[in-house]
Design a protein around this ligand. Structure first.
Ligand code: GLU
Length: 316
C-alpha cells in the first residue's frame, strides 16, 4: 500500500449500545479518511472480559452499517490482513511487545493493592485520577526484568519531563507523565492487558497513521507516544474531538437512553441523524438530512469547533 494512504480506525469498547457521542467520533474519523481516499478499520476493544459482550460488538457493526459508515478492515469477522481485530484475541502480540519493553530495563513488578495506591497517591489531584506514587519502583533503573514467581502487575517507569505533541484540533499540547499518572501499568496482576499498551501495539501493527477519538483520551497521547518511542514505532497523527453532552452539560454515557442508538434509530432516519451530527460538527450549517457519502465533500476539520464539549440539543 502507498505509504501516503491515510489509515484511520474506530476502536469502540463493546460494553453497551453506542450513543450519539460515539457516533459523532466514528463519523468524523470515517469522513476524514474517506475525504482523502484512505482506509478505515473497525477494531473491537474488548480487553475487559467482565464488561465486553459480543452482542454489543454486533450492534456496533449494525449501527455503523445503518449509518452508512463502511469499514475496509476489521470487525467481528476479522476481514483483512492485520487480524485478529478483537483485542481479546491478540494476547501473543501484546506479550511480544511487553518482552521488548522488558529489554529497556524500565519495567518492574508491582504488588500494590488498590487500597495501597489510593493511600499513597499524590494528594493534590482533584479530578479523581490516580497518580502512582512509585511504591514498588526499584531504587535503581534501568534494571533487568526477572521472571516473577507470584502474580504481579507490571509497571513502566516514566520520566519527570514534558512530552510535546500537536493535536489536529486542539493544537500544541504538553504532558508530564510523572505528574499526570506516574509509572503506569502495562499488564495487571491477573494477566489483563492495559489499554495503553494494547492500543499502541494495535495501531502500529494495523498500520494506523491517524487516530481520531474523544478528547477524554487527549492526555493518553503522552503514555502512548512514550511507549511508541520505546518500541521504535512510527508516530501517529492524533486529532481529538469534543465530547457531546446533554443540555444539563453532562457528557453522554452509554446508560443515557435518550442518546442511545436504540432510541435514536426509533426517532430519526439515518439521514436525519447524520444531518444533526454534521451540524454539530460545523460542516452542515442547517443540519439538512444527508447520507454519510454526501457529507464527504463537506467535511473540513477546520470547521469542527475546538471546544471541550458540544451540547447535543437534537435528541431532547
Ligand atoms: N476503546 C476506547 C473507547 O471506547 C477508545 C480507544 C481509542 O480510540 O484509542 O473509549
Amino acid at each position: 500500500m502507498d505509504s501516503n494512504t491515510v489509515i484511520g480506525r474506530f476502536a469502540p469498547s463493546p460494553t453497551g449500545r453506542m450513543h450519539a457521542g460515539n457516533v459523532f467520533t466514528a463519523l468524523a474519523s470515517w469522513l476524514s479518511v474517506r475525504a482523502r481516499g484512505g482506509r478505515w478499520i473497525l477494531r473491537i476493544e474488548d480487553l475487559d472480559p467482565q464488561r465486553s459482550r459480543r452482542q454489543w460488538a454486533q450492534l456496533i457493526e449494525d449501527d455503523l452499517q445503518w449509518l452508512g459508515l463502511d469499514f475496509d478492515e476489521g470487525g467481528l469477522e476479522d476481514r483483512g490482513d492485520h487480524g485478529p481485530y478483537s483485542q481479546s484475541h491478540r494476547h501473543d502480540i501484546y506479550l511480544s511487545a511487553l518482552e521488548r519493553l522488558h529489554d529497556t530495563g524500565l519495567v518492574y513488578p508491582c504488588r500494590c493493592t488498590r487500597a495501597d495506591i489510593m493511600a499513597t497517591q499524590a494528594p493534590h489531584r482533584s479530578d479523581g485520577r490516580v497518580v502512582y506514587a512509585g511504591t514498588c519502583r526499584p531504587a535503581h533503573l534501568p534494571q533487568p526484568w526477572h521472571a516473577q514467581t507470584s502474580p504481579a502487575a507490571e509497571r513502566i517507569y516514566v520520566p519527570d519531563k514534558d512530552i510535546h505533541f500537536t493535536d489536529g484540533l486542539y493544537g500544541p499540547q504538553q504532558v508530564n507523565l510523572a505528574h499526570e499518572c506516574g509509572d503506569f501499568i502495562l499488564r495487571r496482576a491477573d494477566g489483563a492487558w492495559a489499554y495503553q499498551l494494547a492500543v499502541v501495539v494495535d495501531d502500529d501493527a494495523m498500520g494506523v497513521n491517524e487516530v481520531m477519538r474523544g478528547n477524554d483520551l487527549l492526555l493518553s497521547v503522552g503514555q502512548q507516544n512514550y511507549l511508541r518511542d520505546l518500541l521504535g514505532m512510527k508516530p501517529v497523527n492524533y486529532t481529538h474531538l469534543p465530547l457531546l453532552c446533554n443540555t444539563a452539560g453532562q457528557r453522554l454515557a452509554k446508560r443515557d437512553s435518550a442518546m442511545s442508538m436504540e432510541t435514536l434509530r426509533q426517532r430519526f432516519t439515518a439521514r436525519e441523524l447524520l444531518g444533526h451530527l454534521s451540524r454539530l460538527m460545523g460542516i452542515n450549517p442547517d443540519g439538512a438530512p444527508c447520507s454519510a457519502h454526501e457529507l464527504i465533500e463537506l467535511y473540513d476539520l477546520k470547521r469542527i469547533p475546538a471546544m471541550e464539549k458540544i451540547t447535543a440539543t437534537f435528541a431532547e
